[in-house]
Design a protein around this ligand. Structure first.
Ligand code: HEM
Length: 99
């Protein structure tokens, strides 16, 4: 996460790093559905911890950030794995949609 935040200045390097991180996650046994679980857990934790400070605009930014991170990490790493070859959209209400 530190690397990603520091990397906002260096976009290309950051994208490369996040994609490679996602590729390593395939080896860790992570499937696409797990990103849904972790994304929801992150949002729920932020909501519980920050309470009313976790305003709608802040939540919308987190949803966008998690969606971006998830898309970059999944990239095309799962294309050959038919049973998990689905795209996931994370909605503001914490629900991911599998398309
Ligand atoms: C949301 C985006 C995620 C980020 C930014 C993230 C980040 C990281 C990082 C930085 C590592 C350290 C190892 C490395 O650099 O390769 C790691 C390891 C790991 N992550 Fe994630 N991760 C994410 C999602 C997930 C998900 C969805 C799962 C599955 C539930 C998961 C499971 C693991 C496992 C099993 C390891 C290896 C732990 C170990 O062997 O020590 N991660 N993750």
């Amino acid at each position: 996460m530190d690397k990603i935040i520091q990397g906002i200045e260096n976009k290309d390097e950051t994208i490369k790093y996040v994609k490679a991180l996602g590729k390593r996650h395939v080896k860790y046994g992570v499937i696409k559905h797990h990103y849904w679980v972790v994304g929801r857990a992150v949002l729920t934790t932020l909501e519980a911890g920050l309470a009313e400070s976790f305003t709608k605009p802040i939540k919308q930014h987190w949803v966008k950030f998690l969606q971006l991170l998830t898309n970059l990490m999944i990239d095309d790493h799962y294309e050959e794995l038919i049973h998990i070859d689905k795209s996931i959209i994370l909605h503001e209400d914490h629900k991911f949609q599998i398309i």
